[in-house]
Design a protein around this ligand. Structure first.
Ligand code: PHE
Length: 388
């Protein structure tokens, strides 16, 4: 009886790894795609508290890989995407990435959305010299982990500046409160960058309150905020808690706008009884809007809708761009060897992604524009684009 190919492959790999260990060798870093395909690793939060992020980003990546393969792949080979789910759990990303590198010999790692989880994987990619491309982690520390770590999105000092200016100009806020998730590097960073800019521009932060990941009751923090009568409340957090925070704010009679960053962006933000009404007139910044007026974006929106039956959001678009950038770098390098890809990725210039043209700066971050989305009539409505 013959084994199915996937099982056979696992068995073979298992034997190979066991042989290496027996020989006293540490499994080496990623492979060069020496077979007929180029193995690409992805780690994502496909289940758990941030699953909406992981699934959207994963869908974008899958679409890109499919299109690339349909167009003949690269260097005469097809891409093979191998995805590991970290279940939105701390500690799982490092294990997932180790597996992808040692067992699957991937040439590069795509992931993650949440900065905290990209930060977990980065030291491993750095140690094994396998390039990591984060689609949408915006905390500056992610790429500071080493020269093998890249991203296709902007960073939070920029996002914080965008929202500080928006608060002062469009919301006409002079006094703001900030409510931060102290367990998430993304939240702490974005909160700090926002504050620095808002204060430097003459605004006042009248209250600073904190919570942690598993909190469900924010009434104490919101009551303290209410007593300071801010003109608006900045909540740099992830969508699951944002909905609860905004609804509880309304219950406490807080009527001012709440606003945040890309962590707000998931259809789940507006789901549940009363959520959309509570969020009316709130705003957040992000990387992409399907209503953006660029031919490249329109083509992508069409293909994504045809495949998944829903409009792509920023995570989907960035997941797509991360795979396209990798393919482009392999083509430019004429090789899929991880160590040859590194300098070529670092030299990325004017790469044409669906989220805009990107050039990676000396910190391996993309310098790109942000979009601001408002919640109007229970929908996400594109409001404006802000250039760096
Ligand atoms: N930027 C967020 C982070 O670094 C993740 C995110 C990206 C969320 C894009 C939504 C959209 O953790």
């Amino acid at each position: 009886m013959s084994l199915p190919t996937a099982v056979r492959r696992r068995v073979f790999l298992g034997v190979a790894v066991a042989a290496l260990i027996a020989a006293g060798c540490k499994p080496s870093g990623g492979g060069a795609g020496t077979g007929t395909d180029i193995p690409v690793g992805e780690f994502a939060s496909l289940t758990g508290s941030e699953a909406a992020f992981g699934r959207a980003s994963h869908n974008g990546t899958v679409l890109a890989i499919e299109q690339l393969n349909a167009a003949g792949g690269v260097l005469g080979k097809q891409f093979k995407l191998i995805t590991e789910d970290n279940q939105s759990k701390d500690g799982e990303s490092a294990t997932a990435v180790k597996k992808l590198i040692s067992r699957d010999k991937v040439v590069a790692i795509l992931g993650e959305v949440a900065s905290g989880r990209s930060l977990e994987a980065a030291p491993i990619c750095q140690q094994y010299k396998v390039p990591q491309i984060s689609p949408s982690s915006t905390n500056p520390k992610v790429t500071e982990m080493g020269d093998y770590v890249f991203r296709v999105c902007f960073v939070d000092p920029f996002q914080g500046t965008v929202m500080a200016k928006f608060a002062a100009k469009t919301l006409r806020a002079k006094k703001v409160a900030v409510l931060t998730d102290v367990g998430a590097p993304y939240s702490v960073g974005l909160g700090t960058f926002f504050k620095e800019r808002f204060v430097a521009d003459g605004g006042t932060v009248v209250a600073e309150q904190k919570f942690t990941k598993d909190d469900k009751d924010f009434k104490a923090q919101l009551t303290a905020i209410k007593s300071q009568a801010p003109d608006a409340i900045f909540v740099p957090a992830y969508y699951g808690q944002v909905t609860l925070i905004v609804m509880q704010a309304r219950e406490l009679g807080i009527t001012v706008p709440l606003f945040g960053g890309d962590g707000w962006e998931a259809p789940e933000l507006l789901q549940g009884p009363g959520a959309a009404a509570a969020l009316e007139g709130c705003y957040f910044s992000t990387h992409f809007s399907p209503d953006q007026d660029s031919p490249r974006a329109k083509e992508f929106v069409k293909a994504y809708e045809a495949k998944f039956g829903a409009k792509p959001d920023a995570m989907a678009a960035l997941g797509y761009d991360s795979a396209l950038l990798l393919s482009d770098a392999i083509k430019r390098a004429g090789s899929a060897e991880p160590e040859k890809l590194r300098p070529v990725l670092a030299a990325t210039k004017d790469f044409d992604g669906v989220t805009g043209k990107m050039t990676l700066n000396d910190k391996r971050n993309a310098e790109k524009s942000a979009v601001i989305i408002g919640i109007k009539g229970g929908k996400f409505v594109y409001t404006e684009t802000v250039n760096p």
